[in-house]
Design a protein around this ligand. Structure first.
Ligand code: RIB
Length: 293
């Protein structure tokens, strides 16, 4: 049995490091370029596997060099890729600028991810045997809905990262147990800038919410309970790419081990704090021993 199944995207991140991101119509000179395996789905899978979870990935890579590298990165971290299809055409790519503050701006071109429109035979069997299904919004919404529906039918805990933020259909939200937006996504979904207010509003649609707040930590709220704020360790960020994905992957592992939410959030925050101190997505995710330390 696989504890955690990720139904999500794989992207090759094409990352330019520059003092600042260009404005529209402007060109700036960068100082470094890297290709780094990423994608919100693959990032969560790698983060969870390195944090000690047993993880399987459902998604697609293209029939290109990037696809081979994306699959290899997942496998090297211990993720089961039996349900990761290789399809005709290019892999997904993410075009990223990281500035000197460690902040980023990203354009994602879905490529192979766009072909994952539904579940195929075998997907539901693996989801049914899991404890937790991790979803994000870089696959077509039809696949995300199908995954959430399958998890609901089999009583599997469903965690949705609503990124990139977009309006969410009620049937999808009805199948979600825990929603983990960042502060910007929470504001986009609710129209409320204040995280407490946004959490309260989101609880009308899902039973539990964790809003990640970057350096300010994270905020948990559940229906009928009191909100809980957990601070993040103070660190010097060089690249915040995939910090949220690392948080979710580690959180899923901790919750799957039966740890209470406050402890799971502290653990996930430690993982994310390690991630932001290193450049790149999958390249920056910590292993369990590092998180424990
Ligand atoms: O969340 C970070 C990820 O978003 C990057 O790895 C990039 O691929 C984009 O999908």
């Amino acid at each position: 049995m696989t504890g955690i199944v990720v139904l999500g995207s794989t992207n090759m991140d094409l990352v330019a490091y520059a003092a600042r991101a260009p404005k529209l119509g402007e060109t700036v000179t960068g100082r470094e370029f890297r290709t780094v395996p990423g994608g919100k789905g693959a990032n969560q899978a790698v983060a969870a596997a390195r944090a000690g979870g047993e993880v399987a990935m459902i998604g697609a890579v293209g029939e290109d060099e990037f696809g081979e590298r994306l699959r290899h990165t997942l496998e090297a971290s211990g993720v089961d890729t039996d349900l990761l299809r290789t399809v005709e055409g290019p892999s997904g790519t993410a075009h990223i600028v990281v500035d000197d503050e460690g902040s980023n701006a990203i354009v994602v071109v879905p490529g192979a991810n766009g072909t994952v429109t539904h579940l195929v035979p075998g997907d539901e069997t693996v989801i049914a045997a899991a404890d937790t299904l991790l979803l994000q919004l870089e696959l077509p919404l039809s696949a995300v809905r199908a995954g959430a529906g399958a998890a609901r039918r089999h009583g599997v805990r469903t965690v949705l990262t609503p990124a990139p933020a977009q309006p969410l259909p009620p049937d999808l939200l009805a199948a979600v147990d825990l929603l983990v937006p960042n502060e910007h996504e929470a504001a986009t979904l609710t129209g409320i800038a204040d995280a407490h207010g946004a959490a309260e509003s989101l609880l009308r649609q899902v039973p539990e919410v964790v809003i990640t707040l970057g350096a300010a930590g994270s905020l948990y709220a559940a229906r009928g309970g009191r909100a809980l704020a957990v601070p993040a360790p103070r660190v010097e960020a060089v690249d915040t790419t995939a910090a949220g994905d690392t948080f979710v992957g580690a959180l899923a592992v901790a919750l799957g081990e039966g740890r209470p939410m406050p402890e799971a959030m502290r653990w996930a925050s430690a993982a994310a704090a390690l991630c932001v101190q290193r450049p790149g997505a999958s390249t920056s995710m910590p292993y369990r021993t590092e998180i424990e330390a």
